[in-house]
Ligand binder design. Structure first.
Ligand code: 3HC
Length: 293
């Protein structure tokens, strides 16, 4: 039977997780928003409150509607609170052991019918699923940054997942106002396999001194018609995430053009991860800001 979703949970309240919480709550679902400590859960509440406040100040949302959205969200640091969740989606850092350990704990907490979804950008969904008790209920639900704005959701299948779960998650994405695409489990899935290859190529052009960062970004934005130039977009996604996807693509293809460019690796090693740390290819006025200093 196709699952029905009323109560969902999002684990990991960074940029992506907090955005996903907002998407679910705006669509009328009850949401548990979970992070590893009360402090992190409160930081997540801050991200969601700020985003809703921005919409209110722009006249896109009534204050009462924003309050209702926030009222549907329970912020917590306890996985055991999720016993009645129909769907849990994890958006924690890209470490297989962390994701597998969360899903193993959830196997003991949620009902046998609940769906476990991963927002992974780069890891093999099959490996995540194979480490769980019920891999038939494990699926990918891959949102794009900023999650409240971008419509695409990749629903990622494995050889192990049931068709009912895939259909249910695809229908849920439509209910959220998103455009789902169903894709198989392969390195970079589909969107990142296309996008990150392009970003790596652009970073190499910059690294080789062929072009300034501003001219490169203008070429991508104005010439190719994308909303952002490749360096600005890399800073938005997070340079650590871009590198992780490069690593996964390179491991799968062994093509030198898929390997992370040296400059990208050096920026990540230096802790310059893009907007979230306030430095990347550009410098920002403060961490988390999109305003170039
Ligand atoms: N949260 C919520 N809303 C946001 C937001 C955020 N972080 N950032 C922008 N918005 C909203 C704004 O409030 C505005 O809404 P409105 O039209 O209702 O007023 C709307 O988005 C447009 O924003 P702005 O006018 O401030 O700015 P832009 O028109 O320049 O759009 C953008 C900003 C939506 C980020 C646009 O530049 C864009 O789409 N860029 C490309 C992003 C992209 O390609 N993301 C995919 C990355 S790949 C990925 O995430 C996968 C991962 O696995 C790596």
């Amino acid at each position: 039977m196709t699952p029905q979703f009323r109560t969902v949970a999002v684990i990991g309240l960074g940029t992506m997780g907090a955005g996903i919480v907002e998407v679910f709550a705006k669509a009328g679902l009850q949401v548990y928003a979970v992070d590893g400590s009360d402090e992190l859960a409160q930081r997540g509440r801050g991200f969601v409150t700020t985003s809703l406040g921005r919409a209110v100040s722009k006249g896109k949302l009534e204050q009462t509607a924003a309050d209702e959205v926030l009222g549907r969200i329970t912020f917590t640091s306890e996985l055991t609170d999720l016993a009645d969740a129909d769907l849990v989606i994890e958006a924690v850092p890209e470490k297989l052991e962390i994701k597998q350990s969360i899903f193993s704990r959830l196997d003991e907490i949620v009902s046998a019918d609940a769906v476990l979804a991963s927002n992974t950008s780069s890891l093999s969904l099959t490996r995540i699923a194979a480490g769980t008790k019920h891999p038939r209920r494990v699926v990918g639900m891959h949102f794009f940054n900023p999650a409240p704005v971008l419509a695409l959701v990749e629903v990622i299948t494995t050889l192990l997942v049931s068709q009912e779960v895939v259909d249910g998650v695809r229908d849920l994405a439509i209910r959220l106002g998103k455009k789902p695409v169903v894709v198989g489990d392969r390195a970079g899935f589909v969107a990142n396999a296309l996008l990150i290859t392009y970003l790596a190529r652009a970073i190499r052009l910059y690294e080789n001194g062929r072009v300034s960062r501003e001219d490169l970004d203008n070429a991508g934005r104005i010439g190719i018609g994308l909303p952002m130039g490749p360096l600005t977009l890399s800073d938005l996604i997070g340079l650590d995430v871009v590198k992780e996807v490069c690593d996964v693509l390179y491991a799968a293809t062994k093509r030198p053009s898929d390997a992370p460019p040296a400059l990208l690796t050096n920026l990540v090693t230096a802790g310059r991860l893009g907007r979230k740390t306030g430095h990347g290819f550009y410098e920002y006025d403060k961490p988390g800001s999109g305003t170039v200093a």
